[in-house]
Design a protein around this ligand. Structure first.
Ligand code: PGA
Length: 248
C-alpha cells in the first residue's frame, strides 16, 4: 500500500517571519497525520522552517536547485547546501519554472539525476496546457516529459521519487481537473513507468495530483486508485492545508 503524500508548494510566498507563524499555526493540525506531510518552501525560508518542524514528522522540501555541485553560478543553490540545511525533497520541472524560467526537459533531467545523487527525493512535475488537452495530445505530451525526465534514472531510484501530475490549466485557476481526468492521466503515467521499468516498480511510485486542490475536492481526488496525494499551491498557505492533509 502506498502511503498518501500531501506536499505544500508555497511558491514565492511567505517571508521567514510569516513562515514561522504559518508552520506554528499548522503544527497541531497536521500532527500525527496519516499522510506524509511535506512543506516545499522558498530558499530563504528553509532554515526557519527546518527549525520550526524539528521534532515533528513534517518533512522539508525546496522549490529549486541547480544541477552543478558548486562554483560560479550566481544566485543558484546547490544540492549539498539543501541537504546540509535539512531539505529532503525537491520540486523539479514545475510548469512555472518550465514556462517562466525556460527550464526544458534536458535541464529537468539533469536536476533529477543530481538530486538523486545527493539522496534528495525529487518531486518531478509534468502536465499539459489547455491547448494540448483540447487538441487531444495531453497523454503523449506527458509521456514525453516523463521519459525525458527519467533518462538514466534506475528502477531503485524511481521507486524513491515522486511524480506530480499538474495540468497547467488547473494551476491557481480554481479549475480543478475532474477526478476522472486526474485518474486517467495518473494511471497513464503509471503505465509509462511500467513500460520504462516494470509493473512492480511502477506500482511503488507515488504519483500526486496538483492543480487547485482544496479541502472540498481533496478526498475525491486522493481516493482515486492511481493518485497518491497532492501537490498543493494556494491552499498550502492557510489552515486549509491541514484540512487537505486530513482529507478523510
Ligand atoms: P495550486 O498550485 O494548488 O495553487 O493550483 C499547485 C501547484 O502549482 O503546485
Amino acid at each position: 500500500m502506498r502511503r498518501k503524500v500531501v506536499a505544500g508548494n508555497w511558491k514565492m510566498n511567505m517571508t521567514p517571519t510569516q513562515a514561522k507563524v504559518l508552520v506554528k499555526s499548522l503544527a497541531d493540525e497536521v500532527k500525527g497525520a496519516e499522510a506524509e506531510v511535506i512543506y516545499c518552501v522558498p530558499a530563504i525560508d528553509i532554515t526557519t522552517v527546518a527549525d520550526a518542524i524539528r521534532s515533528t514528522d513534517v518533512k522539508l522540501g525546496a522549490e529549486n536547485m541547480y544541477y552543478e555541485e558548486k562554483g560560479a553560478y550566481t544566485g543558484e543553490i546547490s544540492p549539498e547546501m539543501l541537504v546540509d540545511a535539512g531539505v529532503q525533497y525537491i520540486i523539479i520541472g514545475h510548469s512555472e519554472r518550465r514556462q517562466l524560467f525556460n527550464e526544458d526537459d534536458t535541464v529537468v533531467n539533469k536536476k533529477v539525476l543530481k538530486a538523486l545523487e545527493h539522496n534528495l527525493t525529487p518531486i518531478i512535475c509534468c502536465g499539459e496546457t489547455l491547448e494540448q488537452r483540447e487538441a487531444g495530445v495531453a497523454l503523449p505530451f506527458i509521456e514525453g516529459q516523463i521519459k525525458a525526465a527519467l533518462e538514466g534514472v534506475t528502477a531503485e531510484q524511481i521507486k524513491k521519487s515522486l511524480i506530480a501530475y499538474e495540468p497547467i490549466w488547473a494551476i491557481g485557476t480554481g479549475k480543478v481537473a475532474t477526478t476522472e481526468q486526474a485518474q486517467e492521466v495518473c494511471a497513464a503515467i503509471r503505465g509509462v513507468l511500467g513500460n520504462i521499468y516494470d509493473k512492480e516498480t511502477a506500482e511503488e511510485v507515488h504519483i500526486l495530483y496538483g492543480g487547485s486542490v482544496k479541502p472540498d475536492n481533496a478526498k475525491a481526488i486522493f481516493e482515486q486508485p492511481d493518485i497518491d496525494g497532492g501537490l498543493v499551491g494556494g491552499a498550502s498557505l492557510t489552515l486549509d492545508f491541514a484540512k487537505i492533509v486530513n482529507y478523510k
